[in-house]
Design a protein around this ligand. Structure first.
Ligand code: FAD
Length: 293
């Protein structure tokens, strides 16, 4: 089933995981994925390091497990700066062999000291290439409610986003954001620019102050005062910070769903228990908004 069809009948709830980066997280990844299965998400996306599949071997195995063992649609992230056209085709053909036909097409970030391959400079070029060479694939792409940090203006960023839609992107997933007003303003600007594909809101629950501050800084996402107060207050109490982080994410989700968001994409950070808590607090809201009910 094409992922975009999901949005016709419901408010989508999807998850993101990343491949394990050390021995301990390797041992935990299968129980984590099984824990996420409980949620019965509409799909699970798997990140891929900017260096390409050779630099993140786990992505392929995890996507295979999600798609073929858990029977949940898997979406594989494909950052293109460091991939040649030939490598992209090989990757897509390998994905097709494991029945994965959904990708998140990305430019990726520059790796200091490493020259990009040169076949793709921006995500719209990858989207156009995949649509032409492997039209079977459904393509999602990224968008930025607080503006991409390299874009000089919102107008420029939205114009570039429009290029991704014109190239054939079927749906969008946002960067994390902490202030829903950013999302509503962004959505309005996107609509004015004629962007009318489903847009999923990316929500990242906080479980670790340093980690969330680092991610926000690298992505250029502003942290509202209310949020930093929460981080400061509970930074030394793991349980309290997790509870507060879950409550904040739940509040964001309830408000977004009430405003008619197309879907929520939860950045799980591979914390199955946190994702489960959020799901338990919000699942009735998703059921209530089913377009079939
Ligand atoms: P682009 O769409 O190419 O945009 C990058 C910048 O260039 C923007 O400022 C844009 O305004 C501008 N621009 C876009 N098109 C053009 C054009 N044609 N001409 C001139 N300027 C243009 N990174 C990874 O390495 N691996 C992952 O798994 C991963 N997963 C992600 C998942 C999500 C949901 C998101 C939001 C991001 C993810 N990233 C990942 C990070 C992403 O690679 C970075 O944000 C990257 O800096 C931009 O990627 P993009 O696809 O949005 O790039």
């Amino acid at each position: 089933m094409k992922l975009t069809e999901l949005f016709n009948s419901k408010t989508v709830f999807s998850l993101e995981v990343f491949p394990p980066r050390n021995e301990l997280s390797s041992q935990r990844i299968i129980p984590t994925l099984e824990g996420l299965q409980e949620i019965a998400p509409d799909f699970i996306s798997v990140t891929l390091g900017a260096g390409g599949i050779g630099h993140d071997q786990g992505t392929f195995e995890i996507a295979d497990f999600i798609q073929n063992t858990l029977n949940i649609p898997a979406v594989v992230h494909v950052p293109c700066l460091y991939l040649s056209q030939e490598q992209v085709l090989t990757l897509l053909d390998q994905l097709k062999e494991i029945n994965v036909t959904n990708i998140l097409a990305l430019r990726g970030d520059f790796i200091p000291g490493r020259k990009p391959v040169g076949d793709f400079s921006h995500a719209n070029e990858l989207i156009e290439f995949v649509k032409k060479e492997r039209p079977l694939f459904s393509i999602a792409s990224a968008c930025y409610p607080d503006k991409h940090r390299e874009a000089v203006s919102f107008v420029e960023d939205i114009a570039c986003l429009r290029k991704k839609i014109d190239a054939g992107s079927d749906h969008l997933i946002t960067q994390l954001f902490f202030n829903n007003e950013s999302f509503y303003t962004f959505k309005e600007k996107a609509e004015i620019a004629g962007i009318n594909v489903p847009i999923e809101a990316g929500i990242m629950p906080c479980t670790n102050k340093k980690q969330i501050e680092r991610i926000a800084k690298v992505s250029g996402v502003p942290i509202p005062h209310k949020y930093s107060q929460m981080l400061d207050k509970y930074q030394n109490n793991k349980e309290a910070l997790e509870d507060a982080g879950v409550a904040y994410a739940v509040e964001q989700i309830i408000d977004l769903v009430a405003h008619g968001v197309d879907g929520i994409h939860l950045y799980t950070m591979n914390h199955a228990t946190v994702a489960q808590k959020i799901w338990r607090e919000t699942r009735s809201i998703f059921k209530a908004t089913s377009k079939n009910s």
